[in-house]
Design a protein around this ligand. Structure first.
Ligand SMILES: O=P(O)(O)O[C@H]1O[C@H](CO)[C@@H](O)[C@H]1O
Ligand SMILES: O=c1cc[nH]c(=O)[nH]1
Length: 235
């Protein structure tokens, strides 16, 4: 077991989907995977391994924010040998052409988090970037399933309630939406030479206030999960 994941080596697949919400992890495991085993309940950060189309895939809840996903990503990679980490999360839309229920693939993740400075020091603005082969696989999986996706730069922000940020400028520079984890996932994947991608569903629009009920969002959440699972098993 690692500090936060009560599993044995071998219990977790090479490919791991990472939702923030433990109940989304449960939903993914129960809806999409066969022969499911729940390997983790520590802190209720549920983790499951099962088969998707005959291939082993795990789902590990990451919790919210960069400190939390950094704990799970570190342990998945260093203790359990995970090689493909695919975040499946909600995202607040920011751009003009972004709407609730859209699926967004994060090609890059800008951030206001101190992780970049803490890692690289003053004056170095490392750009956390998705793994290209995962991104391509996700894009192709979406096309094959006729699921429209938008691909681009997102913001991984350190605060959910954040009225001090210049969102208009970020939109002018092409930011599609904001969530709270992808930049750390991409940076850690680069550090440990593994693959990472974030596939996101727009759950609300930060600028227009557009929103949907949890029930309405279910279909688009499932679209995101189907794209992520096909990416997880892509050769
Ligand atoms: O839906 P999840 O994956 O938790 O992602 C988003 O939702 C949370 C905020 O409500 C943050 O974790 C943010 O990144
Ligand atoms: O971080 C997030 C996630 C979803 N919606 C938001 O507005 N922010």
């Amino acid at each position: 077991m690692s500090t936060h994941i009560d599993a044995q080596k071998g219990d977790i697949a090479d490919a791991v989907l990472m939702p923030g919400d433990p109940l989304r992890a449960k939903h993914i495991a129960e809806t999409f995977l066969d022969h499911v085993v729940r390997y983790n309940t520590v802190r209720n950060a549920f983790g499951y391994t099962g088969d998707y189309k005959g291939q082993r895939v795990s789902v590990q809840a990451s919790g919210m924010g960069i400190p939390s996903i950094s704990i799970y990503a570190n342990e998945l990679i260093q203790f359990f040998g995970a090689k493909k980490l695919i975040r499946v999360g909600t995202c607040g839309g920011m751009g003009k052409n972004i709407h609730v229920r859209d699926v967004v693939i994060a090609q890059a993740a800008s951030t206001d988090s101190s992780i970049i400075n803490n890692t690289f020091g003053n004056g170095m603005y490392f750009a956390p970037t998705a793994d290209f082969s995962l991104l391509l696989a996700a894009y192709q999986a979406a096309k094959k399933q006729s699921i429209p996706v938008k691909v681009g730069n997102i913001l991984s922000e350190d605060r959910f309630y954040n009225d001090e940020i210049d969102r208009k400028k970020l939109i002018d520079y092409g930011i599609l939406g904001a969530e709270m984890e992808a930049a750390a996932l991409y940076m850690l994947a680069a550090k440990f030479d593994v693959q990472a991608l974030a596939v996101l569903t727009i759950s609300n629009h930060i600028m227009t206030g557009e929103s949907t009920s949890a029930q309405e969002r279910e279909q688009s959440f499932n679209d995101m999960i189907k794209v992520a699972l096909e990416t997880a098993i892509a050769k």
